[in-house]
Design a protein around this ligand. Structure first.
Ligand code: MRU
Length: 360
């Protein structure tokens, strides 16, 4: 399925020697690739969500730092560019993780070697992310297979944790792609994910391209669908998971975890190890991004003439609060699906992961 660079969210253009990204703010109505040709363009792409999703934010920042070093490889500029990229969005820990990886790879090098070393590191982080996400797909597929019924497997997801949020495969959607490719009948309930509609705009688009049956549902209808027994499991991604197993993901995830528990439905979280913040003891310490209220008060779409148009949903002078993420306590998470295997969402479970990776 992912044999070419067509189905990927970020690629290297050897002609321009620049990164190309899919501008996700235009999906599902337009598939437009755009080049990132300056540090400012990288920061803009992350903060305006042309690229989004924790792993992809990290990979993009890694290439952004390499770009900055290609213009000025001094230690001052290394620190300046890292700080600019880190300031784009606060919650997804992959951003800090990727900048630390590139920083460590170049810090002790002569200036003249830094830009090429940083680019090589960014390229290897991209390749690792693709391999890790496929492994997440394989490990998550084991869980789905254990749920398999005679009829179709109905899986609910929230936001977009597909290949548009990583480079290829995705996290939460990777097991679904593996199950579909193996011939298991699956159907996906795609939660719209207000206010930026990553479910409607990105997840449904991805699944339709892959031929995976899916239905867009309002965020608020998901609890009722679970109560009616129309959902066999819920799989979501993560932006930062604490060392005790608390999971931070797109706002609305916590409500789905509560509804899943009330209806005794498995609730799984798929994530690469790079999304685990070992320095964070619990979810209470995770910074929650608050975005502009305009994202709640207005909405963008295609009008009848086929033009992009933003329209106001709320009355004049209305105010809104827009937390972009929430925290699901580890106790509500049935399993953490990673590239290293499936683990209990708990301190002990994550210690087992560390042991499995030889990190301790
Ligand atoms: O605000 P976004 O679109 O960056 O939020 C993305 C999510 O919450 C994803 O579920 C998460 O980053 C995991 S992506 C594999």
């Amino acid at each position: 399925m992912f044999s070419t660079d067509e189905l990927c969210s970020l690629r290297w253009d050897p002609v321009s020697q620049q990164v190309e990204i899919i501008d996700q703010t235009l999906l599902p109505h337009a598939l437009r690739w755009c080049h990132l040709d300056s540090l400012a363009a990288y920061c803009h792409a992350i903060s305006t969500m042309q690229v989004r999703g924790a792993p992809l934010i990290g990979i993009t920042a890694a290439f952004g730092l390499a770009h900055a070093l290609s213009e000025d490889a001094s230690s001052e500029n290394l620190a300046r560019a890292s700080a600019s990229l880190l300031a784009t969005r606060p919650t997804a820990v992959n951003l800090r993780w990727a900048l630390d990886q590139v920083g460590a790879a170049v810090l002790h090098l002569e200036s003249a070697e830094r830009a090429s070393a940083a680019l090589a590191k960014a390229q290897s982080l991209r390749a690792e992310d693709i391999a890790n996400c496929e492994r997440i797909g394989i490990n998550g597929f084991q869980l789905l297979r254990s749920l398999k019924k005679d009829s179709c497997l109905n899986i609910m997801t929230h936001c977009n944790a597909g290949w548009l949020a990583t480079v290829q495969w995705g996290t939460a959607l990777a097991p679904i792609y593996k199950a579909h490719a193996s011939g298991i009948a699956v159907h996906v309930w795609v939660s719209e994910t207000r206010p930026r509609n990553q479910g409607t705009n990105l997840t449904a688009w991805e699944l339709q391209r892959a031929g995976v049956p899916c239905t867009i549902v309002t965020d608020n209808s998901c609890g009722q669908l679970m109560r009616e027994g129309r959902v066999d499991c819920v799989i979501v991604g993560s932006d930062r998971t604490a060392a005790n197993g608390d999971v931070c993901n797109k706002v609305g995830t916590y409500l789905k975890a509560l509804a899943a528990r009330a209806s005794r439905i498995p609730f799984y979280v798929a994530l690469p190890e790079s999304t685990i913040d070992w320095s964070c003891a619990s979810g209470e310490q995770i910074p929650i991004e608050e975005r502009d209220e305009s994202e709640v008060l207005s909405i963008t779409g295609l009008d009848a003439a086929g033009d992009f148009r933003e329209v106001n949903l709320a009355g004049a002078h209305s105010r809104a609060l827009n937390p972009a993420f929430d925290v699901t306590p580890a106790t509500l998470v049935g399993a953490l699906i990673t590239e290293h295997g499936n683990f209990e969402a708990s301190e002990q479970g994550l210690q087992r992961l560390r042991t499995a990776t030889g990190a301790c």
